[in-house]
Ligand binder design. Sequence first.
Ligand code: BTN
Length: 253
Amino acid sequence: MFSIEHLRAGLNTEFLGRAVLYLSKTPSTNDYAWECFQNQKPEGTLIIAEHQGRGRGRRQSSWSSTPGKSLTFSFLLLPDMANEKLGILPLLAGVSIVKGIHSMTNILSGLKWPNDIMVSQKKMGGILIESRTGEKGIGVIVGIGLNINESEDDIPNRLQSQATSLYIDSGEEFSRELILSAILNEFENLYLHKWHDIIPLWQEYCIHENDEVTFHTNDKFLRGTFQGITDSGHAQIQINGKTKTFPAGMITL
Ligand code: BTN
């Protein structure tokens, strides 16, 4: 079972995760977090679910998790910042996950643009960030799903070749509470104090810098060299000798 006390013991944040709700089941923690936004819950409110009935991934995909083994959570931000800066939030989340996992497990995960968490070239986590404008300004929900203690049998067959967990990779089981508190500590520190570190850190953790990648955008597949990201977090890909910038899309390695 997940222990909120254990989570709190590891937290050293000012606002993130200070209000926390643990649910055994909900359709989607992102949807629950939107209700919190509507009900004017404080910034940093954290929702953790053991089981999601309709977990959502990026690009209209679904997200599956394993009760008791995965980390499935969302938190509410009420940012007071320019829209360009908001575009960096997925990268901030990715960096905080890599740093948090490393500090608690010594496993060095990596990032695949724009925000997949990778271990040994397989996906172990994903981030779904949504924003809306409400009566009192903008609300952002950061939703994160991480595979922590799943064994191979827990991963759906269709995903086995592409997905992994920290346990599958290392043979060790880890405390979900301590990993989550480490991620939230890293996130809040970057969000409040270290905005300028995000792009360089993201590039440091990127697993495909200068590699040939297939880029999928607007129903087109393009082959090129991933050269890095701009200050806005957009991908820069060299295609036929010319560098092009893409704000959105998907990469296959
Ligand atoms: C992706 O497609 O890679 C993003 C997956 C994000 C899944 C998380 S799990 C917690 C939160 N609630 C959801 O419904 N989705 C996100």
